[in-house]
Ligand binder design. Sequence first.
Ligand SMILES: Cc1cc2nc3c(=O)[nH]c(=O)nc-3n(C[C@H](O)[C@H](O)[C@H](O)COP(=O)(O)OP(=O)(O)OC[C@H]3O[C@@H](n4cnc5c(N)ncnc54)[C@H](O)[C@@H]3O)c2cc1C
Length: 529
Amino acid sequence: MAEPLETDFLVIGSGIAGLNFALLAAEHGRVVVITKKQPSDTNTNWAQGGVAAVLAKDDSFERHIDDTLVAGDGLCDRDVVELCVQDGPAQVQRLLDLGVRLARDSQGELDLGREGAHTRHRVVHWEDVTGREIQRGLIAAVAKHANITVLHDHIAIDLLSMAKYGGDPACFGAYVLDRASGQVKTICARATVLASGGTGKVYVYTSNPDVATGDGIAMAYRIGAAVGDLEFVQFHPTVLYHPHARNFLLSEAMRGEGGVLRLATGETFMEHYHPMKSLASRDIVARAIDNEIKKSGADSVFLDMTHLDAAFVRGRFPNIHERCLSLGIDITKQPIPVVPAAHYMCGGVKTDHHGATTISGLYAIGECAFTGLHGANRLASNSLLEGMVYSKRAAEAVRDAPRIRPAQVAPWSSGDATDSNDAIVVTLNWDEIRRFMWSYVGIVRSDKRIERALRRIEILRDEIREYYLDFKVTSDLVELRNLALVAHLVIESARRRKESRGLHYTVDYPDKLPEARHSELQLTNGPRG
Ligand SMILES: Cc1cc2nc3c(=O)[nH]c(=O)nc-3n(C[C@H](O)[C@H](O)[C@H](O)COP(=O)(O)OP(=O)(O)OC[C@H]3O[C@@H](n4cnc5c(N)ncnc54)[C@H](O)[C@@H]3O)c2cc1C
């Protein structure tokens, strides 16, 4: 029987939150980072716009705080907003210190982009591939640190909980599948840190890469952690609509720099929905596009950059320009066909101001966490900032975490499970969940649609549970099980919210309730784990 691997800090995820945490925690302990594919297979790697921080002379913390609170529609935690915004400039400096390149203007100052619902220019960026540059910088720094081991192609299956050994449900590590060997390893740690990113794959149309299956949220929920605000799924209004391009996002910054939304006829339409027109917040723009597409029966609307200086557009959005050109669209000459797609999860595993969850020994940082920063709707470019701020705070908090673990840790047992002979079940269930979530629990919701989704997810989860017990665990099965649970949690959260607020819009309750409340689910009051 293989001995468990012991470390001080186990980090699940290699995006901005996981790697920045690893670098800081490695100053006072050994860190193992596991990541289910390659280290750069993250949402972070795809971020285009940048990181929001108050750096301009005409900007102030108060303005950034206000913009965040307005977008959050009554559900932001003001203390959290303040602590993130006020730490913004220092976190931008940290990125520079780590060797991350950020664009500068002709005076040598950091170039600040402007994005939807920001009232000032405040987004630092590297061309239109900011996330890729941050990911590169972090991976390079981690590679140089002797205290950090990165295990790629390792997927966490379940968290280890003392509850299984008769104690309180404290977390002391995870069972991890090595995808290459098929072996399940047991990794024990003083603190286990979920940095597992988003949930975009719950929907058939998403800007997220394949890794975004909500594993951290599902694993935490299964051992009893509180999760919250999962109905607040942000749909990005402008993902390229093209048969040969999957998930390609057209950054919010394109509208920030003057891009205008139009119908196929060339008419503009955002003036009918909001005074900020194409620069209104994402939920408003996504809903407007959804409505226009449904009204006209068209496949898409269009993002028009053709009135802007062509050299500026090519220089500011080189990656987008090149990608679209490769698909036959010259964005300096032609409007770009766009549709909305699932983009960001505002809710997640509930944490305190240091990333600690409701389960001792377990932390959650980055997109998988529900800190209270985003409320009912995230302000663009606040998430990379949150990832930096909370990874720092969590690294401070875990410093003296005690080692709690049973004397003997039970190894992973697959019982009588055999090798799967019916992989089609995984593919079909996966596909079905993502499609009905799009249709029933998407941009515009209703009681009837949510009830339909609920009936389907209950049946599918029973099937998946059976399949999970019968067959040896694979990464596809791990993801499907998690995706189904997260879908169930989103449906249940949406079902309980009897109002329209932020990103949750339902035709049955189009108004806001007078009091803003978070939705919270736990095993004791929510669906089965
Ligand atoms: C196209 C796009 C553009 C965006 N643009 C911006 C922007 O301009 N500004 C901004 O602030 N935000 C932006 N966002 C959002 C932002 O990129 C993410 O919220 C942020 O990068 C999340 O970072 P993270 O570290 O929490 O997770 P991620 O970067 O997603 O990393 C998650 C990691 O967890 C790993 N993982 C997951 N489950 C498991 C498991 N079971 N076992 C092992 N490993 C696991 C994954 O493999 C991955 O390594 C954008 C997102 C997308 C998709």
